[in-house]
Design a protein around this ligand. Structure first.
Ligand code: GDP
Length: 322
């Protein structure tokens, strides 16, 4: 292991935020020499990983995710926890609004010495981002963070990607307007371990109470999950920091339950295995195209598939014969 990696490793283990930040940058890098270094670093920190509560948070843009994380993260640090926040944003073209928004996002938490807030990686194909976020979670754990929050904008496949890397998946909703209106698919609601209705303050109190009843009724109809967990529905106000302790209580009860019944261990090992399979598939595919992509043969085969003169089966056996 070269000196710079040793230095980063020591920094991460000493819970130094700058070292952690540089380690994540290294892991995100596509440069082949960085990838080799990242591999060594990840291998070395592995024994120190796995000890955090991994919390995924989703909800449509504007629902209040960053405001909630700012408030909830601050609440947790006041309890003596160290909190890290990572984001997944699969959109390839970030709007001006979200770039400006990012600067002021989670302002309170960003200044908190017990917190580490990592801005979302520059957009990329989702697969790559998801792998790197998984590795970033491990780095945060090695750096001693007790709670690692992974936030995703509530669109497309990113929710499933985040759901598959966390212990607890939290869905933020608004009162008023059905879930269709909020652009949340039923499948996403069924993945949630808790539903929080945000912005229940001021004139919104009554609508919030009503929405809570409606969502409670809705989750009641969901098929029973193998964890044996009844999905709580609660109301919060992130701007007024209200409802946060209730929210944390549910999470601690959940953790005790899934630690006790073995579900946590089982789910994590399944997640790791799925991650391995996915990473292997991506690597094989990448290597394949690197090796044969420039080769005229593959283009000839693609043409033959297109015009229907070659079956997919034969195309693949021809290619793999090489
Ligand atoms: P995100 O896009 O989901 O991250 O949403 P933001 O956290 O950026 O919040 C969007 C807007 O909703 C901002 O103007 C927030 O101030 C506001 N907001 C967030 N949480 C609350 C809340 O609990 N109550 C009220 N009244 N406004 C909120």
């Amino acid at each position: 292991m070269d000196d710079s990696i040793n230095y980063l490793l020591r920094g991460v283990q000493q819970e130094d935020r700058i070292a952690l930040s540089r380690a994540i940058t290294l892991v995100e890098s596509k440069h082949p020499s960085h990838q080799k270094q990242a591999e060594e670093l990840l291998e070395a920190i592995l024994p120190k990983t796995g000890n955090s509560f991994r919390l995924g948070i989703t909800g449509v843009p504007g629902v209040g995710k960053s405001t909630f994380i700012d408030a909830f993260g601050s609440y947790l640090t006041a309890l003596g926890k160290k909190v890290a926040v990572l984001s997944i944003d699969p959109s390839s073209t970030r709007t001006k609004g979200s770039i400006l928004g990012d600067k002021t996002r989670m302002e309170r938490l960003s200044r908190n010495p017990s917190a580490f807030v990592r801005p979302s990686p520059s957009a990329n194909q989702l697969g790559g981002v998801a792998q790197k976020t998984r590795e970033s979670i491990l780095l945060c754990e090695a750096a001693g963070y007790d709670v690692v929050i992974v936030e995703t904008v509530g669109v497309g496949q990113s929710e499933t990607a985040v759901h598959d890397m966390v212990d607890f998946f939290l869905l933020l909703m608004l009162s008023g307007g059905g879930d269709e209106l909020q652009g949340i698919k039923r499948g996403i609601m069924e993945m949630a371990d808790m539903i929080l209705i945000n912005k229940v303050d001021g004139e919104n109190m009554k609508a919030g109470a009503r929405a809570k009843k409606e969502y409670k009724r809705a989750v009641h109809l969901f098929p029973e999950n193998e964890k044996g967990w009844n999905i709580p529905v609660e109301t919060v106000s992130s701007t007024e920091s209200r409802g946060l302790s209730t929210c944390w209580n549910h999470m601690t009860v959940y953790l005790e339950k899934v630690q006790g019944n073995g579900y946590l261990e089982k789910s994590r090992s399944e997640q790791t295995l799925a991650w391995f399979r996915e990473a292997l598939r991506q690597k094989l595919e990448q290597d394949f195209y690197e090796k044969y992509g420039a080769n005229g043969e593959i283009n000839r085969i693609i043409d033959a598939i297109r015009n229907g003169s070659l079956s997919i089966r034969s195309a693949i056996s021809n290619l793999l014969k090489e």
